[in-house]
Design a protein around this ligand. Structure first.
Ligand code: SF4
Length: 193
């Protein structure tokens, strides 16, 4: 759908320069999705893996973030292979809706209520990032924290439109449950993609 060099605004790699490759296509259907234009893959032009890799490499980045849409809808073996061959780190942002393919340096698993994750994601997740839209999402987040590896980084992030309401609850929760950390979408404060 698009690719661009920016700053990772969320989660464990927050603040790092990163080249984003956003793959078109998503069937998860989050009501609050802020990239609904990504859902229809056919609305976006096909770009070759070599072209995407060349653009990422030319940007000067060390890290490539594959996002969507829902990237695990696709077999990502070839794409991640080309990126690794170019000496780039491969990170992914996924809801885990399908079994993950490819070679990853970092897997950010962000489950969504609208489509249950495939159970194979739990062993792959380096980071669990739960978007908090309402109060019930805290107990929902804990269900996933029990399923991922003990060393998995845990983040709670307010849904953007609910930030004023949810952030105070998240701060309070993290102070009481110190395995969790707060994630904010800092790219939105910087007015960058
Ligand atoms: S998984 Fe991501 S792209 Fe798909 S609907 Fe949810 S927020 Fe939007």
């Amino acid at each position: 759908m698009e690719d661009f060099y920016t700053i990772q605004g969320e989660g464990f790699y927050q603040g790092h320069a990163a080249y984003f490759i956003r793959l078109g296509g998503c069937d998860v259907g989050c009501v609050w999705c802020d990239v609904k234009e990504s859902w229809d893959a056919s609305a976006h032009p096909l770009v070759s893996i070599q072209e995407m890799t060349n653009r990422a490499k030319a940007s000067g980045t060390d890290i490539v973030v594959i996002t969507g849409g829902e990237p695990v809808m696709y077999d990502l073996t070839e794409l991640t292979g080309a990126l690794k061959e170019a000496g780039l780190k491969t990170n992914i942002e996924t809801s885990g809706a399908y079994p993950i393919t490819g070679e990853w340096d970092w897997v950010c698993f962000s489950p969504k209520k609208f489509k249950a994750p495939h159970s194979s994601i739990y062993g792959h997740a380096n980071e669990l990032k739960v978007i908090v839209y309402n109060k019930s999402d805290f107990s929902w987040a804990e269900e996933f924290a029990e399923k991922v590896n003990p060393e998995c980084e845990l983040f709670l992030q307010p849904e953007w439109s609910k930030e004023k309401e949810m952030l105070p609850l998240i701060i309070d929760y993290v102070k009481k449950n110190t395995r969790w950390k707060v994630s904010l979408q800092i790219h939105k404060y910087m007015n960058i993609p």
